[in-house]
Design a protein around this ligand. Structure first.
Ligand code: BEZ
Length: 250
């Protein structure tokens, strides 16, 4: 997860538990076996790391957020603070797993190089993250409201959402063979108001503003989004698109 966002395990759990709940099919793609050594890259509070461990693998989680790592450790998991773009493990893992983390890392070459360096030959890299078009409506509203305030949104936008073709090319560059990769549109009903989602996930955008302006900015973004993302019953849907892949190191 991004180090430019202050992750609060409690508000994350209240507003974004669906992120790990929707990770089950990815666990099936990982297919962890007993006694395998697995790295969970961007483990967050360890909700999925715990499920991998329960299947009998030796799993270590890493995350850029110290608060999330502490939450993972409180589940009894082995977890450490580490930037996914600066992985420092030697070859030894059978698989690297990652859910909802790589879109926070804007140096994907560094990520993939680090993953390749820590896998055994034949090791698996299995993951899911935001793909091309992810939260496009939300991103457009965040950008438009910053533009209006004279700030170039690309200077603060923290997200990386590649296409399947772009990510395949990168994986190939680092000696991975892609077994499967697909872009999955996944409109997702949010557990609460879009404001709560923005406060968890869009911090780099509103942190660019002084305190007084933040409230007005968030209200404006909410108003821009309501016609497209709020249902007649008041529920909000986020226009998620996921990129799910499995690659094997030569
Ligand atoms: C996520 O972590 O799931 C996420 C973060 C930012 C935008 C979209 C999704």
């Amino acid at each position: 997860m991004s180090s430019s966002t202050a992750w609060n395990p409690q508000t994350y759990s209240q507003n974004a538990r669906f992120v790990s709940d929707l990770g089950e099919p990815l666990l099936q793609l990982l297919d962890p076996r007993a006694n395998e050594r697995i790295l969970d890259l961007g483990c967050g509070d360890g909700a999925l790391t715990e499920k991998i461990a329960a299947l009998g693998s030796f799993v270590i989680g890493v995350d850029a957020s110290a608060a999330q790592v502490l939450a993972a450790q409180q589940r009894g998991l082995l977890a450490a603070v580490m930037d996914g773009q600066r992985l420092s493990f030697k070859p030894g893992f059978d698989a690297v797993f990652t859910n909802a983390a790589l879109h926070w890392m804007r140096e994907p070459e560094k990520v993939i190089e680090g993953v390749a360096n820590c896998l055994k030959p034949g090791g698996r890299f299995v993951g899911e993250f935001g793909g091309k078009g992810n939260v496009e409506t939300i991103r457009a509203a965040l950008h438009a409201a910053l533009d209006k305030r004279g700030i170039d949104p690309w200077t603060v936008d923290p997200w990386y959402y590649p296409s399947a073709e772009e990510y395949t090319q990168l994986l190939n560059q680092f000696a991975f063979t892609v077994e499967s990769i697909e872009l999955i549109p996944r409109p997702t009903k949010l557990p609460g108001d879009i404001r709560a989602w923005l406060e968890v996930f869009a911090q780099p955008f509103f942190k660019a503003l002084i305190d007084d302006e933040r409230e007005k900015y968030l209200e404006e973004v909410r108003n821009r989004l309501a016609p497209q993302l709020r249902q007649p019953d008041g529920a909000w849907t986020a226009d998620y698109v996921r990129l799910r892949f499995k690659a094997v190191l030569e």
